[in-house]
Design a protein around this ligand. Structure first.
Ligand code: HEC
Ligand code: HEC
Length: 203
């Protein structure tokens, strides 16, 4: 009696766990394959297309507060010192021309989250690319921008202004999710780009 109960409860837990195991195996498999793809710039096959290039935002306060005016940028898109400059209280009050001030409690929490998961600390290759020095233009007084990193500019230098700044449905390179369909999931690969009014990007 007891043993039967034990068996059936074991069966149930195996049934419950099985999908999780499959998922884990798939995830591990994906990571394994992706590791051999050490150069994130070239040769993406179909299998890698849905893999996140940077880890998605996992802090609800960041999603809510920093996603109010533009998409909440993933911490892996900028190095820690850049996030520290952006999250400075004085800087938040004059945030690229807007007031993005927060309560001190929220500011501290979001700043800590961004720094702890910043590009220079993240493992993913795409984040490592973003971690490299910002272009000299941002070294001075103005706030750092993801869209001004050397890596970003190299990746976007073929896109004409009529598709971005002069495109009323985009407006600026800061609007990652206007063109990168799965930007919110941290997916930025060039095969999942569709520019509003111009369609899929064919390189
Ligand atoms: C009140 C609106 C508002 C809020 C809230 C806000 N931002 Fe912004 N943010 C802006 C504007 C406006 C820009 C400039 C966009 C442009 O140039 O098109 C910007 C730009 C940025 C950029 C640079 C994007 C680029 O071009 O690389 C970063 C990084 C950024 N914000 C981070 C944050 C973080 C982190 C938070 C939360 C603490 C936040 N923002 C909250 C309005 C806001
Ligand atoms: C106007 C549309 C547009 C906006 C806005 C935009 N991108 Fe892109 N992005 C592209 C296109 C198109 C490509 C592919 C360029 C190529 O292959 O020549 C690309 C490429 C990239 C790549 C390299 C992908 C690869 O497979 O090599 C990354 C990373 C990236 N974008 C990140 C971002 C981030 C982060 C933002 C916001 C700060 C952003 N992009 C905003 C259109 C855009």
């Amino acid at each position: 009696m007891t043993s039967r109960t034990r068996i059936s409860s074991t069966m149930t837990s195996i049934k419950q766990i099985l999908p999780l195991l499959t998922l884990a195996a798939l995830t591990l498999g994906g990571v394994g394959v992706a590791c051999s793809d050490s150069d994130d710039d070239e040769g993406h096959g179909g299998w890698v297309r849905s893999r996140a290039d940077v880890a998605p935002v996992s802090n609800p306060n960041d999603s809510e507060e920093c996603g109010a005016c533009h998409m909440a940028y993933q911490p892996g898109l900028l190095p820690a010192d850049a996030w520290a400059r952006i999250m400075d209280p004085t800087a938040l009050a004059d945030h690229y021309g807007d007031d993005a001030s927060l309560s001190e409690e929220l500011r501290r929490e979001i700043a800590a989250y961004l720094s702890a998961n910043a590009a220079d600390l993240a493992e993913r290759t795409r984040s490592r690319a973003f971690a490299l020095a910002l272009s000299s233009g941002t070294a001075g007084g103005s706030l750092p921008r993801i869209s001004e990193t050397d890596y970003f500019q190299r990746k976007h230098d073929e896109i004409p202004a009529r598709m971005v700044k002069d495109n009323p449905r985009v407006g600026s390179f800061s609007q990652c999710n206007s063109c990168h369909r799965d930007a919110a999931k941290g997916v930025y690969n060039e095969h999942q780009v569709s520019i509003p009014g111009f369609g899929d990007w064919e390189d």
